[in-house]
Design a protein around this ligand. Structure first.
Ligand SMILES: *Cc1c(COP(=O)(O)O)cnc(C)c1O
Length: 390
């Protein structure tokens, strides 16, 4: 990467980390290298693999540009680029868990992570148990002699519970377990997991780094201790992301700081508006003082992103459906982190130990880059439709 001064701000880092233009004729952006074969100049170089690039599955200047930018953001020893956020979840778990091991997973986890654990990991002889997100130091009570990994995600998917990451890391490390964190919500701009003791940080770059709802990509960043083993498994699995997707995401990083600032500001404005509305039972956003995890968020995080949930007053799915169907700007769709706002009716039936009664339908909102007043007017349409149900 480019040699940058030490004390630069985050937007300067985003603008310059990763690709050094002088490495490729001065062009500002890195080349998009489409490659399987890499040629060697002679037999000796080939037999000794004595050149930086040897085959497409092992990395290219394009993947290196993204990975080194992400290392600069995460403070990690190495980062791999994989074809989806879900692959960024599964690869580190497959790297560090073997038959007979135990995985401790937070109950507010991204649902496909749970499906992977309950499905494939179970079949491989790896047991998973779920713990409540607010557990903190009491994670000790959930650990078994064969617990190898503690999986965290903070704030939790859909309901945004905060976890005491340093406390969990301390206990897990005392017992020789690794801690992995799905950090998609905060991104390394607003929370740096490795600085708080996490061993492996996972990011669905599909979300904010991509930023335009048109690319799937995952990033796994490891500390010094875990990097080599992670990289080996990544090579064994043959799961490198495609060059165009990697390029899109590294390009997205350049503007991610200003996009996130806008997502943050609009989401907070709208969340505070929601708190004032009759018809909304609760607003689940950790940067709000009313949130039970607010103090942890304030202690550890330097910002909040554009995703939070509201709990509607009203009965069950029909109120939720009426709300969604009245929206004209918010799209109804999965994923988030793009420029456009989205709403989904949340299904919490997968929870096993945190069966919170939210007393109404939970709607997750992704606040995009539109003008907040237009989004507020849209939410008002939704609330009016629920009220009209009587
Ligand atoms: C979206 C998401 C993922 C998975 O990302 P994909 O690229 O859609 O596979 C993983 N974790 C969290 C928290 C997510 O929101």
């Amino acid at each position: 990467m480019t040699k940058l001064p030490d004390d630069i701000g985050i937007n300067t880092l985003l603008a310059h980390a990763g690709h050094n233009p002088r490495d490729f004729h001065g062009f500002v952006q890195p080349p998009v290298v489409h490659a399987s074969t890499v040629l060697f100049p002679d037999a000796e170089t080939m037999l000794g693999r004595k050149q930086r690039y040897t085959y497409g599955t092992r990395g290219t200047p394009t993947t290196d540009a993204l990975a080194s930018a992400v290392d600069a953001l995460e403070g990690s020893a190495g980062t791999v680029c994989v074809p989806s956020g879900l692959a960024a979840v599964t690869i580190p778990l497959l790297t560090f868990l073997s038959a007979g091991d135990h995985l401790l997973c937070v109950d507010s986890v991204y649902n496909p992570t749970r499906r992977f654990a309950d499905g494939l990991l179970t079949r491989m002889g790896i047991e998973t148990t779920y713990y409540p997100p607010e557990v903190g130091k009491a994670i000790a009570d959930y650990m078994k002699s064969n617990t190898k990994v503690v999986w965290t995600e903070s704030p939790g998917s859909n309901t945004f519970e905060m976890q005491d990451i340093p406390a969990i890391c301390e206990i897990a490390h005392e017992r020789n377990a690794l801690v992995m964190m799905d950090n998609t919500w905060a991104t390394p701009l607003y929370f740096k997991p490795l600085d708080f003791g996490v061993d492996i940080s996972v990011h669905a770059a599909t979300k904010y780094p991509g930023g335009h709802s048109d690319v799937l990509l995952g990033l796994v960043s490891a500390n010094e201790q875990c990097w080599e083993q992670l990289y080996d498994t990544f090579l064994w699995m043959g799961c490198i992301a495609g060059p165009d997707d990697v390029y899109q995401v590294q390009r997205g990083l350049k503007t991610m700081g200003i996009r996130l600032a806008r997502h943050q500001e609009s989401a907070l404005e709208i969340a505070r508006w929601c708190e004032e509305q009759r018809g909304i039972e609760a607003v689940l956003h950790p940067a709000l003082q009313s949130h039970p995890g607010h103090d942890l968020w304030k202690r550890d995080f330097s910002g909040s992103s554009g995703l939070f949930s509201i709990v509607l007053q009203g009965e069950g799915p029909s109120a939720g459906a009426a709300f969604l169907d009245a929206l004209k700007i918010f799209g109804l769709g999965y994923s988030w982190g793009g420029h456009e706002s989205l709403a989904v009716l949340v299904n919490l039936s997968d929870r096993t130990v945190t069966k919170t009664d939210y007393r109404g339908p939970v709607i997750r909102l992704q606040i995009g880059l539109e003008d907040p007043k237009d989004l507020i007017a849209d939410l008002q349409r939704g609330l009016d439709a629920v009220r009209a149900l009587g």
